[in-house]
Design a protein around this ligand. Sequence first.
Ligand SMILES: CC(C)c1ccc(C(=O)O)c(O)c1O
Ligand SMILES: [Fe+2]
Length: 285
Amino acid sequence: MIHLHDISYLRLGCQNLSEMVEFATDILGLELRHKTDTHAYLRGDSSAYNICYIEGDADYDACAFEVRELSELDKAEKELAAEGITAKRATDEECEERQVNSALFFADPNGNRVELVYRPYQTGVRYFPGRDAGITEFGHFGLHTGDSERDIRFWTEVMSARVSDKIGEGALLRIDPVHHKIALFASEHTGVQHVNFQVASIDDVMRSWYFLQEKNVPIVFGPGRHPTSTAMFIYFLGPDKRVYEYSSGVKRITDEENHTPRQFEMAPTSFCMWGAKPNVDEFSE
Ligand SMILES: CC(C)c1ccc(C(=O)O)c(O)c1O
Ligand SMILES: [Fe+2]
């Protein structure tokens, strides 16, 4: 099995880099760490970056996971080959662009681009945003799945994730005690389905609710509380039409041996126990 240590970054294509930087700094509340003509690196914690927007193909996206040992990349290459998946080692230039020591690229069975990275750069300076959204960390991301049985098997049996809970065919997967760092949601698309940043408290969720309305940012779900992770949340759209989520209070699963994944019915109340209705295709019945 390929051991995933943590989520690392997302690379998200966009049409207009300046527009995405403005959204990410002034609305989402990330810090711009570095920008070139085509790439912008933004963060919500002390990592070198959590999101890299890349001007060009707006449909391009990739998600990255950190592995703890360099040898894990060779092991991964072999294990993926046994699954019929061809992986490619990153060149020095590709590593430099990603600010990592080493990396391996492949696509999961759904065609989602995945990067395994060794030693993603950290910084010695704390995160300093222009807008205080209360972000504490890069929380998790959603990935599309066209065949949940196939993809849950891949992510749990090949990639070492564990199912924390299921909603309909969708699954919330953990790679450490945090309830989930990957959300697999059924759709006909591929790639990143939503991007989550954790915020410090319900006050930050509610402050952003007012702030986002004032800035005419489309809110697509919430405020509400997930019965699965127990986190309070709000979802909204970026100018790239991607779904962004703030949430606070995600549950940790500490009794690994005794955790039994729960199956939630595919109904709005499985997404929000307060009664908010999602206006997002993948979350609807
Ligand atoms: C609506 C989606 C996919 C979802 C469901 C549950 C949680 C949670 O329990 O925290 C999420 O974060 C989600 O994004
Ligand atoms: Fe989420």
